[in-house]
Design a protein around this ligand. Structure first.
Ligand SMILES: [Fe+2]
Length: 397
């Protein structure tokens, strides 16, 4: 109990607006830990009125308070007990969620989307993009489909060869061993964003949702993943969480997706760290990082069973990684029932989801799902991510 209290107080102190309170109350403040600590001890009761919203200010507080000794103490507390890590993450979240709930959005739909993200960790924003807006991107996907022909329906990675003039001279699928129907074209492997994706990147609502989610007005998109999920009896992805850090993703549907076209599933409210299975899984990932493979019972036909994946994945005894019927029913994960967001919709609809919550791919039972997923650079995003970065090397992440 005492440890959880200490962690909560430490995180709050990191968010305290020392500059403003010292100006308002005419307190003397110099850039030393003793001076900052004195202000905190005397005025922490005013915390709710003095929360910083600026990442540079947060970094300044981090530099003041997080010396090597404190870092050692905190990392041993976090490694020792999943409750301590949950307390840390939940304190960061509850402060950030207070800041997200403001009235300064461009549109009511953005506000609604963020409200759902805070509440459920996922949201569907219908008709965010029109057919005209997606035309260039769709034209590009058509080129890939025409060149790959029947190979478009086989699992693997799209590779491209580009000449010195920037023209594409060759496109091919480097097949993967297991045909789970997932073909990917990732910006990190081809070296560019697909033509037409700037419509998504420059969209005001998308920008506003990401900036508000992270409380950071300087979010830059750095990865895209264009995907085709075609008919297969194997699911391309079971239930898992991506990371310990905050990582919001936007998935834009590029064609109509129904239950037989491998819609993504998200477990609502699993972005919060208030269930045993979530606390366990995120703690395993925090301790071991992505290098350690998940052990346990895997026997169904899905990628984590066939290829082995990191400890953020759930076993087939924890949950149903390959549902016989793909439907809107809730999902049970180790005794906890979560309502699902099911990523069905029309071309141009968008799914925003926090990927540190549980989500799952699916298998297509009929049609091909065509989508693009974008993420911003996780290094310069939320205060929580800045904090976790300081522990890299000491812990698994
Ligand atoms: Fe994922």
């Amino acid at each position: 109990m005492k440890e959880k209290f200490l962690i909560k107080e430490f995180v709050e102190m990191l968010h305290f607006d020392f500059k403003n309170i010292s100006n308002d109350l005419k307190i003397e403040l110099n850039e030393s830990e003793s001076s900052y600590s004195k202000v905190w001890k005397e005025h922490s009761s005013k915390f709710d009125n003095y929360i910083i919203k600026n990442i540079e200010e947060f970094e300044n507080n981090l530099n003041i308070f997080l010396n090597e000794t404190t870092k050692e103490d905190i990392s041993s507390l976090l490694l020792k007990d999943k409750e301590n890590l949950a307390e840390l993450l939940n304190t960061f979240d509850s402060i950030r969620f207070k800041l997200i709930n403001n009235d300064e959005y461009n549109s009511k739909l953005e506000a609604k989307c963020l409200e759902h993200l805070v509440k459920d960790g996922c949201a569907i924003y219908k008709s965010l993009f029109s057919e005209e807006e997606l035309a260039e991107l769709l034209k590009f996907t058509k080129v890939i489909e025409d060149v790959l022909n029947v190979d478009i329906k086989k699992a693997g990675y799209v590779n491209v060869q580009v000449n010195q003039k920037g023209q594409i001279t060759n496109i091919w699928n480097s097949f993967q061993k297991v045909d789970d129907g997932q073909l990917r074209m990732q910006s990190k492997s081809v070296g560019f964003f697909p033509p037409g994706s700037e419509v998504i990147i420059k969209n005001k609502s998308v920008k506003s949702i990401f900036e508000n989610w992270y409380v950071n007005s300087n979010c830059n998109f750095h990865r895209t993943n264009l995907e085709w999920i075609s008919k297969s009896d194997t699911s391309h992805n079971g239930w898992h969480l991506d990371t310990v850090r905050d990582q919001l993703k936007i998935m834009v549907l590029l064609n109509d997706v129904d239950l037989d076209a491998a819609p993504i599933f998200c477990a609502k409210k699993s972005h919060l760290n208030n269930t045993e299975i979530k606390k366990e899984t995120i703690h395993d990932l925090f301790v071991s990082g992505h290098r350690k493979r998940k052990e346990g019972v895997f026997y169904k036909k899905h990628a984590a069973a066939l290829e082995h994946r990191h400890v953020g994945y759930l076993t087939d005894s924890d949950t149903d990684n390959l549902p016989a019927n793909i439907n809107n029913d809730p999902i049970e994960i180790k005794g906890v029932v979560f309502d699902k967001l099911v990523g069905t919709g029309k071309a141009g609809d968008c799914i925003f989801f926090e990927s540190m919550g549980f989500h799952s791919g699916n298998r297509s039972t009929d049609k091909t799902r065509k989508t693009i997923v974008l993420v911003v650079d996780p290094v310069n995003t939320s205060f929580k991510n800045k904090f976790i970065d300081k522990f890299a090397g000491k812990v698994g992440v």
